[in-house]
Write a protein of this length. Structure first.
Length: 377
């Protein structure tokens, strides 16, 4: 038979959203048995008349979930297979991850909550805050870190609680494969290679007082701790119905989901960037080949033109030889000229290009004479 595991907080949410009798139809347990589990886990349940008041639109007050030493307790209930029973809605991805982290914290409670060995960063933070004199100018009794340490600003009385929260947060992040680091007086939680700037603050109440001709601001501590993420999108958790210690699973779930989204965005950006670079590489190769092709084709045209001109030149020489009326002295000079002319045609012909002491330095395509090199010796 299938079983359904509920954390203490999940069961609390269910019994305040659905009547006990309705829930008992989902699980193989009576409403009395479900109530006993709530008593054992110190979970408050709605009083008599609660659901009737809701039915008629009257306001009802929910009893907050009490803080216990082991907030990550859970229970396992066997599901019914009967048709028509109440179906628990599927939790959202954030809620599912939060529930998974709550179970993870429950399994690793001895590591996360072990006070004997605080994290190195937490030990350094504790020394800094305990040794610092409170600010008396603006923040009443407040201490904060001004050097490379976990970014914190709180009243002196909250130092033990703040350091314990940091310790639990850092150890849980480390257990789940993440890190916390310090850089340029700022604190970063690194999830999936993305750095989230984080800080711990106490909420202060501002009072404006007259100081001669000037208004002066004074901040009074409220005892409310606030954990903030300065990254985009920014996020804040603060003491309220639940303390920030009780909201640790929600904090971790939000950070991990945001980290995964940042990773997805980064990988998508890298994929598009690689595709763009590949397109540019292929285009560069194509343009290079096209330029080489144009050069080769121009060379082909030039050689064809030279060949055509060389043949025209030979035809001209042959025609000239056939029409020449030789004399006794002219025959020798003309024959020498014919040899000279034919050798020039062979020098110019791209299929022959015989050696010529006088013409080899000349470009056959343009027939331009190179500029003479000047000698200073």
């Amino acid at each position: 038979m299938e079983r359904f595991t509920l954390s203490r907080k999940e069961l609390y949410e269910l019994v305040w959203e659905v009547p006990m009798l309705t829930l008992s139809r989902k699980f193989k347990i009576s409403d009395t048995g479900l109530r006993k589990i709530c008593i054992r886990l110190n979970i408050p349940v709605p009083k008599a008349g609660h659901w009737q008041k809701l039915k008629f639109g009257k306001k009802v007050k929910r009893t907050p979930l009490p803080v216990v030493k082991k907030p990550y307790l859970q229970t396992s209930l066997e599901l019914r297979n009967e048709e028509g029973t109440y179906t628990i809605p599927e939790p959202s991805p954030v809620k599912s991850l939060q529930n998974e982290i709550e179970r993870f914290l429950n399994q690793n409670n001895s590591v996360v909550k072990k006070p004997a060995r605080p994290d190195k960063l937490v030990s350094e933070l504790y020394k800094i805050l305990r040794a610092q004199k409170p600010d008396t100018r603006e923040y009443i009794n407040a201490v904060r870190t001004f050097r490379e340490s976990l970014d914190t600003r709180i009243a002196k009385e909250l130092v033990p609680r703040a350091t314990q929260f940091w310790d639990s947060l850092i150890k849980t992040l480390q257990l789940r494969g993440h890190t916390v680091s310090l850089r340029n007086l700022e604190t970063y939680a690194t999830i999936e290679e993305h750095n989230f700037q984080v800080l711990l603050r106490e909420k202060f109440k501002m009072e404006v007082i007259k100081d001669g001709n000037w208004d002066r601001r004074i901040f009074h501590p409220t005892g409310i701790l606030s954990f903030q993420v300065k990254d985009y999108p920014s996020k804040e958790w603060k003491d309220g119905r639940l303390s920030i210690e009780q909201q640790l699973p929600a904090i971790l779930a939000w950070l991990e989901i945001q980290g995964n989204e940042k990773k997805t965005d980064r990988l998508e950006y890298e994929r598009k960037e690689n595709e763009r670079k590949e397109r540019e590489r292929v285009q560069a190769i194509f343009e290079k080949r096209r330029a080489e092709e144009v050069v080769a084709f121009k060379t082909l045209l030039q050689k064809a033109a030279r060949w055509h001109k060389a043949n025209n030149l030979r035809n001209y020489i042959a025609e000239l030889a056939s029409k020449h009326l030789p004399g006794e002295n002219q025959d020798k000079d003309f024959l020498e000229w014919l040899d000279w002319a034919r050798s020039k045609a062979d020098w110019y012909d791209p299929f022959i290009e015989i050696h010529d002491d006088l013409l080899d330095a000349i470009d056959r395509e343009t027939l331009t004479v190179p500029k003479p090199m000047h000698s200073y010796f």
